[in-house]
Design a protein around this ligand. Sequence first.
Ligand code: NDP
Length: 332
Amino acid sequence: NKDGRKLNIALIGLGYYATYQLAPAFAQTQFANLAGVVSGTPSKIEDWKKKYNIPEKNCYNYQNFDKIIENKDIDAVYIVLPNSMHHEFALRAAKAGKHVICEKPMAVSVREAEEMIAACKKAGVQLAIGYRLHYEPFTNEVMRLAREKDFGKVKFVEASFGFKLRDTNAWRMKKAFAGGGPMMDVGIYALNASRYATGEEPVSVTAQWVKTDPEIYKDIEETLFWQLKFPGGAISSSTTTYNGNVHRLFVSYENGNLEMSPAYDYGPLKGKTSKGEMNLPVIKHQTAQLEAMSEAILNNRPVRTPGEEGLRDMKIIEAIYKAAETGKEIKL
Ligand code: NDP
């Protein structure tokens, strides 16, 4: 923005994503500043203070976090905690008058997601969800094709995201922390892709789950298949799993198709359409996301991926689980 101001952001939860993806991304942004940290691990706070020149007064733990209300040098928080903690910290941040950026999935239930949106609205702060793909060129091309119909209407979508995870100690393997299994972690990307590839909201869902290794995947689903119907006539089919690798988006249009693999990784993403290789700039998603969100918040404009976008996915995820449980088609 014109007066050279940056959005001062405090990261909450200094784990893998904050440390190796978000923190380095700040260095390349014009509008985002890594101003503070919130962590339950004092040694991490010491390391981050040195590495990123963060003053002691901008460091908090989970107990004293609410004092951030008095800190004029923090404008926003970025929640990078296990999924089950997003709701609590979004509400506490909103209460402290801070804008909220929150990782996906925004929460572990529709109710929580709705409460987060309401709390931010009441506090007059923005709520942005970390859908990094919405800020990178390949995904924007998929969205453009849905809008401008170069290849005609979308007929069907296959969107799947899974990877191998067997560490039974990981929070991702515990329903109490993750809210579910691979659906809550990477399946949400495939679901979000079926929505942006069609440019529509699904009207119904069917789903099935399979456990080939119930000893390992005790608490959560291992592999989940689901199918969506869209109002324009398109249908989609998706798989998410912790028992194998898949990173694929396939879109069949009336007059052509698009295929991306990998479609959801940090990049470089890769894809082709009926017209040939998708020759698009390869960028760091986290930098682009931080930059766009910070610029919007500083200028009091809506963010591209607000809480409402996260809520739409949460509603469909709950319906997917219900469909898998009951074997019935669930209307949305
Ligand atoms: P990590 O387990 O690596 O980090 C989570 C951090 O949360 C921990 O390091 C810890 O930080 C803090 N924490 C507080 N309480 C707990 C607890 N009880 N158990 C575990 N950690 C706790 O997770 P990730 O960084 O991989 O994921 C964090 C969030 O980011 C998730 O919501 C995930 O879905 C999302 N994510 C998004 C990605 C994307 O591409 N958009 C990619 C990866 C993750 P401390 O020691 O500082 O307290």
